[in-house]
Design a protein around this ligand. Structure first.
Ligand code: GLA
Length: 386
């Protein structure tokens, strides 16, 4: 049964009628450009065919009541009395977005319904941004004068994540969940939030490989990485590392290391070279050059392993196994890191064999159980039938 059917059925059982709105907000996989977003840099994610679904109806009072197909405790709060329970629980993403929308001056209406998701949690596929964008979409469905504008809603979702949940994340995940395009990756300039749709090279498939290891951004090294980037930016006397070229970096990297430390130097090197790789990746994708795109993905992985140090042993195994398979153009860890998924660009006609070979080899080598799937690029958050 599809998740769409599932939320509709559950809604009918619980509320005794058909839902008024069906909302879908996708997770994402990032093809290249990691930890560049909060450095005002470039990213190239795509929205995937794994998503958060909501079946809802408006309420006449100011309550939001949502049950989940996966979790027993419902989310239940009133709009004028939001309490942060401080736990890393899915309801805090809903409350956080509600809070951010109200902070922006919106007068919201209440709603109720059922939520279901097949975006794995903590896997680097943006399960939280998908909940945030689904929530924002739900409010636009029930609040007549609240318009849906992807960058505005993405920024409010990020504010919820940063200030309500306490994860100091960038804008990429919310932007792609809000603004994704079917059959395309999306180039996002995280400084001005301008976007450009980039088609996948003909004859290629994007394969997501879940290492079965997990992270949370609240207590992983994510926030530390961000602080190190800020330290490096102030060394270069710029607001963000986006403004440092490779040549500028090279001429001052020894001084950066001497005045700070080797780690800060390597963090900066990752971000600065990664931004360049994204720009080269765009050119390669537009030219249909899967070989160059794959090489850039491999280089990106190496940089995340050696300079940014956000991979783990399992992700390194997964990337290496994938890179060595026939038909694979390139593979890298994807998302915030410290666990989760890797992504590969593979010849479409070899993708199924690729998936079988990598999962067998990985499971044998690590005693973990990977899940590997060929994914499609989908559209961003939407009210179905809209
Ligand atoms: C997480 C964050 C994003 C981004 C990535 C790393 O997914 O939510 O903002 O920083 O990590 O690229």
């Amino acid at each position: 049964m599809s998740l769409q059917t599932r939320v509709i059925d559950e809604f009918q059982q619980q509320f005794g009628e058909t839902p008024q709105f069906i909302i879908r907000a996708p997770g994402r996989v990032n093809l290249i450009g990691e930890h560049t977003d909060y450095n005002d840099g470039f990213v190239l994610p795509m929205a995937i065919d794994r998503a958060v679904w909501l079946a809802i109806r408006p309420r006449t009072d100011n309550r939001v009541y949502v049950t989940s197909t996966a979790i027993d405790t419902p989310t239940d709060f009133t709009l004028d009395n939001l309490e942060n329970e401080g736990q890393h629980h899915w309801s805090e993403y809903l409350k956080g977005v509600t809070w951010a929308l109200q902070e922006a001056g919106h007068k919201l209406n209440g709603w109720e319904g059922v939520l279901a998701s097949d975006v794995p949690v903590g896997a680097g596929l943006s399960s939280s941004a998908a909940i945030e964008m689904a929530t924002a979409r739900a409010f636009t469905a029930v609040t007549p004068d609240l318009a849906w504008d992807p960058p505005t809603m993405a920024l409010l979702g990020q504010k919820a994540e940063n200030q309500w949940v306490g994860a100091n994340t960038g804008i990429m995940d919310q932007m792609i969940s809000a603004a994704g395009e079917q059959n395309h990756a999306l180039f996002i300039d995280c400084r001005d939030l301008s976007t450009k749709s980039i088609p996948l090279p003909a004859g290629t498939a994007v394969v997501i490989m879940d290492s079965a290891t997990r992270h949370t951004h609240v207590d992983s090294g994510y926030n530390t990485r961000r602080e190190q980037c800020e330290t490096a930016a102030s060394f270069f006397a710029v607001s963000h590392l986006r403004d440092v070229t490779t040549a500028q970096f090279e001429s001052k990297s020894a001084e950066l290391e001497a005045t700070h430390d080797n780690e800060v130097m390597r963090r900066a090197r990752h971000v600065i070279t990664e931004n360049e790789r994204v720009l080269q990746a765009i050119a390669a994708m537009q030219a249909g050059d899967a070989t160059t795109m794959g090489r850039l993905m491999n280089e990106s992985h190496k940089s995340m392993d050696q300079d940014f140090e956000i991979t783990n042993e399992q992700l390194n195994v997964l990337a290496q196994l994938a890179q060595a398979q026939e038909g694979c153009f390139g593979a890298r860890m994807t998302g915030g890191g410290f666990g989760g998924c890797a992504v590969a660009l593979v010849a479409a006609d070899q993708a199924t064999d690729f998936a079988t070979a990598v999962s067998q080899a990985y499971d044998q080598q690590t005693n973990l159980q990977s899940s590997i799937y060929i994914c499609q690029a989908t559209a961003g958050a939407a009210i179905l039938g809209d």
